[in-house]
Design a protein around this ligand. Structure first.
Ligand code: MN
Length: 236
């Protein structure tokens, strides 16, 4: 049984956001960190992987859709659109063989007992697929088949980059939001679990982050920087 767990999802290669969240977490006296996938795809993949892989203590990782894609260097031949493929191939080329092997071998889900919440299932997208997003707008009926086989009462997910806390049938579904590529929020979003559910948005130096991103060499660097400075709103 863990008392307090920090769930940090969708870091997407944003080192300044990750560093700010890790500093914030240090002040929260937590027992474990769960990193919810989509670690490297973004402007600073190698530095983010190096930071994550050197974390000490009780740190667990699950796999996001982009983690497998970066590890395997997916391109348009594997179904990615042109922009995603260009960024994906660049990210893959930044990483060491060890970092790619780390991403390739991540587990898809994990379950942890947390004080006040009971057994909590952590997935990246939905319980049945890391590519399937659950949004505020996703209907209960559409969610039903995603959670049919889930035994846990509480599910933590990410992938769609917007925080929420919903009750759907007998389940509580919590979206941790995104640390590094947020929508509807400017700070780095994550969630503190146990005994309550506390949504966090950690401020960081957005202009410094945008400058670093512009110098990173990532394809579409200006778009990434603009996303950090003026995050988009959630679509319908
Ligand atoms: Mn994802």
């Amino acid at each position: 049984m863990l008392k307090r767990v920090a769930a940090i999802y969708d870091i997407h290669g944003n080192l300044a956001a990750l560093d700010a969240v890790l500093a914030d977490i240090e002040k929260c006296r937590i027992d474990a960190i769960i990193v919810g996938g989509d670690l490297a795809w973004g402007p600073q993949p190698a530095m983010v992987m190096s930071r994550l892989m050197s974390l000490k203590g009780n740190v667990h990782f699950i796999k996001g859709n982009a983690d497998g894609e970066v590890a395997e260097r997916y391109g348009i031949g594997q179904g990615l659109d042109e922009e995603t493929a260009e960024i994906n191939e660049w990210c893959s080329d930044q990483l060491t063989a060890t970092q790619k092997a780390f991403l390739r071998n991540l587990q898809e889900k994990m379950s942890v007992e947390i004080d006040g919440l009971g057994e909590v299932l952590f997935v990246h997208g939905s319980p049945r697929s890391d590519e399937e997003g659950i949004r505020n707008s996703t209907t209960d009926a559409a969610i039903k088949s995603m959670i049919d086989s889930v035994k846990q009462k509480t599910i933590v997910c990410g992938h769609t980059h917007v925080q929420f806390d919903r009750s759907v049938f007998d389940k509580r579904i919590i979206n941790a939001g995104s640390v590094g590529l947020q929508i509807n929020a400017k700070g780095a979003c994550w969630v503190l679990l146990g005994p309550d559910v506390v949504f966090r948005e950690t401020e960081y130096d957005f202009h410094y982050a945008a400058d670093q991103i512009r110098q990173s060499g990532v394809p579409m660097a200006n778009d990434f920087a603009e996303h950090i400075l003026n995050p988009p709103k959630e679509g319908p």
